[in-house]
Design a protein around this ligand. Structure first.
Ligand SMILES: [Zn+2]
Length: 379
């Protein structure tokens, strides 16, 4: 069935001749302002019971949404149910506004910044107002404001995570700027957490940044995890990786892991704290760190500058999914990325029933501070 699509100006003329204009967007979208004279009935409610809202099947009807797709679909649904004079406004409220046609003022008290800033999230039914509100109420611990933490924190702030607690005891060095995009030339020598806070505040002043200019150790790990919903490991070194793993099992927090080396990277979600025996932790894979002489010397190993961007954004994606409760988290799977071949490979990871930390029923063995392998700047 072909639905007639009208320009906003044509719709306005029909409206003047008595056609009813119905805005089929969700209530939170309509709160930012509607085409003048429109009545709000969300698409789902309208399609479920059209006769309740439009008893006369011959009445001239005009449907409008944000950009024209939902109103066209709703018009098709109504036409299929026997409404004979339904048209859709092409381009929707966006075009209506752009062409200078009158709008009702936004609802009193509405947070226009929130609705504009997150409009592309709010239009996704999987996120919507509930999901965006959940993000705003969330606290994420980002360990490391370096190569992985930079892109991750950048996008988590942009996406509207309410609080980012960022822990890093390092200062900005010129050699960081090849990949650590939160920082800037003029902030060389500054603590990374303060440099990060400056950039993130410029991107999204709604996100609260808690800068913690400390090295992560057993002495502060409990405090760092306090009140946190998800932990992102952007430190990419063995002592912190094991400490975070153990602490996240103890405190039942999901840990989003990432690591990079030269042209390759990997990511996973360790959720053994909340799902003992069902999900692996990092120690299920590698019970102990390698001896220092076997581990790469981080200050000497090179890394392709974009690589931590790829892995850090995979981590940020997993953080958002965990906070929103959508999709299939990267639990029990290790995703490996090879930039030179441009290939992803996935390996299944099973929990180790004898894991020293996360085996069901096992008492927590206590924290271990392994010797730092890297004295130089972290990757
Ligand atoms: Zn384990």
């Amino acid at each position: 069935m072909t639905i007639q699509e009208l320009s906003p100006a044509e719709a306005r003329q029909r409206q003047a001749r008595g056609a009813r204009l119905i805005d089929v967007r969700e209530a939170h979208e309509r709160a930012t302002g509607m085409a003048e004279g429109a009545q709000g009935v969300a698409k789902g409610a309208l399609e479920a019971a059209p006769a309740t809202h439009v008893p006369d099947r011959d009445a001239p009807l005009l449907l409008i949404c944000q950009t024209g797709a939902r109103s066209r679909a709703a018009a098709e649904a109504l036409a299929a149910q026997g409404w004979r004079d339904v048209a859709s406004v092409a381009g929707g409220t966006t075009r209506w506004q752009a062409e200078g046609l009158p709008l009702t003022p936004p609802d009193a008290g509405i947070d226009l910044d929130f609705h504009e800033r997150y409009s592309r999230h709010l239009r996704l039914p999987e996120i919507g107002l509930d999901g965006q509100t959940r993000l705003a109420e969330a606290t994420v611990l980002v360990v490391g404001a370096g190569g992985l933490g930079s892109p991750a924190a950048y996008y988590l702030a942009a996406a509207g995570v309410g609080t980012l607690r960022i822990a890093d005891d390092d200062v900005v060095d010129r050699s960081n700027l090849q990949r650590q995009i939160l920082h800037a030339e003029e902030r060389i020598g500054q603590p990374k957490v303060l440099s990060a806070a400056t950039t993130l505040a410029g991107l999204n002043p709604r996100t609260r940044i808690e800068p913690v200019a400390e090295r992560v150790t057993s002495a502060n790990i409990d405090r760092l995890l306090d009140g946190v919903d998800v932990v992102l490991d952007g430190a990419d070194n063995f002592p912190v990786r094991y400490l975070l793993n153990d602490a996240c099992v103890l405190h039942r927090k999901p840990l989003v892991y990432g690591a990079v080396h030269r042209f390759e990277g990997q990511a996973s979600v360790f959720d053994a704290g909340r799902q003992r025996g069902a999900c692996p932790c990092y120690r299920c894979l590698f019970p102990e760190p390698p001896p220092p002489e076997a581990a790469p010397n981080c200050s000497e190993v090179g890394v392709l500058g974009v690589l931590p961007g790829v892995i850090g954004l995979l981590q940020a994606t997993e953080v958002l999914k965990l906070l929103l409760g959508i999709g299939e988290p990267l639990r029990g799977r290790l995703l490996q990325f090879d930039a030179l071949r441009m290939q992803f490979r996935q390996t299944r990871l099973a929990p180790d029933p004898d894991c020293p930390v996360c085996a069901p029923g096992r008492d927590f063995p206590g924290y271990i501070d392994y010797a730092a392998f890297c004295s130089g700047p972290r990757t």
